[in-house]
Design a protein around this ligand. Structure first.
Ligand SMILES: Nc1ncnc2c1ncn2[C@@H]1O[C@H](COP(=O)(O)OP(=O)(O)O)[C@@H](O)[C@H]1O
Ligand SMILES: [Mg+2]
Length: 595
């Protein structure tokens, strides 16, 4: 469930500085700004025509007294014109505002996405990505509503209130004062009361949902309920909840009853009072019947607008909050990734890797020292294996090599140069990782393989697929390389996805290859196919192999055993297996006796 329902978006105070910040959104309008301003002009025009309406209506009514049918015809025609103009102005106002908003928000969305994908991993490991996603989409919707309607409506209601007052005062001051003392108050009170009732009925709904949880829990765990013969216990629990719902529901009904009485007495009472006073003035000859009619129409404008404007103000507060959060994300510092669109030209590195006294803890959990003192060297062409219990930091070492995070101590060198001195794209352009869980993007198999080299030719892709032992199964699909995979496509098995990832890595032709438990979730049949592909992949580059199953790393040039943030043993398989009471020897014996 989305954390923030749209209506629950937090509000922000509208102050000079928050407004100033929110107005920065106009920066993203580029050359569409004029649409907003012209829209404002049309908005003004619709307000003027709306204000002309009661005036003409009053004049029309006064034709009864004057017994002037010809004048009545002319006024009716005039009114028709007013309506026609108003509908035209409304059309242009709305389409201009929508046009402006869509263009502006497209730019905001693109800017947000561009910044988001460039943010460092430390950002993503601190935020829950799903929550971030729903928050952004709610915020954008709020801004969208505000730009298309809320601002316009707010201004329109404001103009209507001010304009109506001016017109009212011009008819009769005494009647205006009488009206002002009641109508807006009742309008605002009705809105506040209405909002209270909405909140209350939401509480009732929550209560119902909670009682539903009891039902769900017992249904899911029905075997436990029965095994413990606790049916009556659960029934009593549910009864308690139901009682609560009834109590709240009844109280809510009473509130709604009050509200109805309130509307009848206050709202209609006010109308009666104003009309009564107006009739008195009319009898005394101070105003005409037509003016009284006009007066009532303007009063209803004031009532409706003062009620609506409170809600609109709340909407604008939410929009300002939303804009602030969007700008917060836009202000996050991205990684240094070249800003222009291009296929980076990579300078090949050789592939000597050295870790010197590397210490690291995740930015989101600073107190846990994941790596304390890591030292090792992997020279060009070597296969270095990392083993150790899970949670010891093997994948973390891979992440550091990819420069996903900044280290806390020591240094990581590649070809003798500090990795933080490399151009980020160039550094990552020389590396490939084949993870345990391969993520394929929605698209064809071909596109997914070419992800490692966007400008690869068809021949290159086929060669890579063959080397990765993937060609046969790909050709087995009716659409072959054009088969759609990912969420909406066909589901590939773990071993098949693994081989696509290997083809992807092969195409990239990296100097440094990282295999993070690439075969550990595979059955032995596909493991054999994947292992063969991996042997080809590892040729001619530096390989860091993180492995769970020790059988796959016997031939490694060096095996590092990670324990408690340090490398506790280091050597070839033969050397480590001979260490009395060694961790590797123990792990090895354990796995040997299991299989
Ligand atoms: N993004 C992260 N944020 C915070 N802690 C993490 C993160 N990723 C891993 N860890 C923690 O770091 C430790 C090492 O994790 P990892 O490198 O994945 O271990 P391994 O690959 O050896 O199983 C674990 O205790 C894990 O909980
Ligand atoms: Mg891991």
């Amino acid at each position: 469930m989305a954390r923030y329902q749209e209506n629950d978006l937090p509000k922000s105070k509208i102050t000079a500085s928050s407004l100033q910040k929110a107005i920065l959104i106009f920066k993203y309008a580029n050359n569409h700004k004029w649409k907003f301003y012209v829209g404002l002009v049309f908005l003004l025009l619709t307000s003027v025509t709306a204000l002309a309406f009661p005036k003409f209506m009053g004049m029309l009514v006064d034709c009864v007294n004057k017994k002037d049918a010809h004048l009545a015809n002319q006024i009716a025609l005039g009114l028709g014109l007013v309506l026609l103009l108003q509908s035209l102005f409304s059309f242009f106002r709305l389409s201009l505002f929508v046009n402006f908003t869509e263009n502006t928000l497209a730019n905001v969305r693109l800017a947000l996405y561009t910044n988001l994908v460039k943010l460092p991993m430390s950002f993503f490991s601190q935020k829950r990505v799903g929550e971030l996603n729903s928050r952004i989409s709610n915020d954008i919707t709020q801004i969208q509503d505000t730009l298309t309607t809320t601002i316009a409506e707010f201004l329109r209601q404001f103009i209507l209130i001010i304009g109506s007052f001016a017109m009212l005062a011009s008819i009769n001051i005494k009647l205006t004062i009488m009206m002002v003392s009641v109508v807006p108050l009742v309008g605002v009170a009705a809105v506040i009361f209405g909002r209270f009732i909405r909140k209350y009925s939401k509480k009732v709904q929550d209560q119902v949902a909670e009682s539903q949880v009891v039902v769900e829990e017992t249904m899911q765990g029905i075997s436990i309920v029965k095994a413990f013969a606790n049916e009556w216990y659960e029934i009593a629990r549910y009864k308690e909840r139901i009682k609560e719902v009834v109590k709240m529901g009844i109280k809510g009904g009473q509130f709604r009853g009050f509200f109805a009485s309130f509307i009848i007495i206050c709202l209609f009472g006010t109308i009666v009072a104003v009309v009564w006073y107006g009739v008195q003035l009319s009898i005394a000859g101070e105003i005409t019947v037509g003016q009284l009619f006009t007066f009532i129409l303007y009063s209803s404008y004031v009532g409706a607008s003062s009620g609506g404007i409170a809600e609109l103000y709340a909407q604008m507060q939410k929009a300002i909050g939303a804009t602030e959060r969007v700008f917060e994300l836009l202000d996050e510092t991205p990684e240094k990734i070249n800003s222009n669109v291009h296929i980076p030209s990579i300078n090949k590195i050789k592939g000597d890797v050295t870790f010197n006294n590397v210490a690291f803890s995740y930015p989101s959990r600073k107190e846990v020292k994941v790596l304390k003192d890591i030292n090792f060297t992997a020279n060009f062409g070597q296969k270095i294996a990392l083993v150790g219990p899970s949670g010891m930091g093997k994948s973390t070492i891979a992440s550091l090599l990819l420069r996903f995070y900044d280290i806390d101590g020591g240094e990581i060198l590649i070809d003798g140069k500090n990795i933080y001195d490399f151009d980020l794209e160039n550094l990552r352009g020389n590396m490939s990782i084949v993870p345990q869980d391969v993520i394929l993007f929605g698209g064809t198999i071909k596109e997914n393989i070419a992800y490692g080299k966007p400008n690869a030719t068809d021949e290159e892709i086929i060669v890579a697929a063959k080397q990765a032992n993937a060609y046969v199964f790909i050709e087995g699909f009716p659409e072959k390389f054009e088969t759609i995979v990912g969420e909406r496509g066909i589901k590939l098995s773990g071993g098949q996805r693994q081989r696509i990832a290997i083809a992807r890595a092969l195409l990239k032709n990296p100097s440094i290859l990282i295999l993070d438990e690439a075969t550990s979730s595979l059955d032995s049949e596909s493991e054999k196919l994947v292992q063969e592909a991996l042997e080809i992949l590892m040729e001619g580059r530096t390989s860091i192999i993180i492995a769970h199953r020790l059988s796959t790393i016997r031939s490694a040039d060096q095996i590092l055993v990670l324990d408690n943030g340090k490398i506790s043993e280091q050597g070839t398989h033969q050397e480590l297996i001979n260490l009395e009471n060694g961790l590797y020897k123990n792990l090895s014996n354990l796995q040997f006796s299991n299989s």
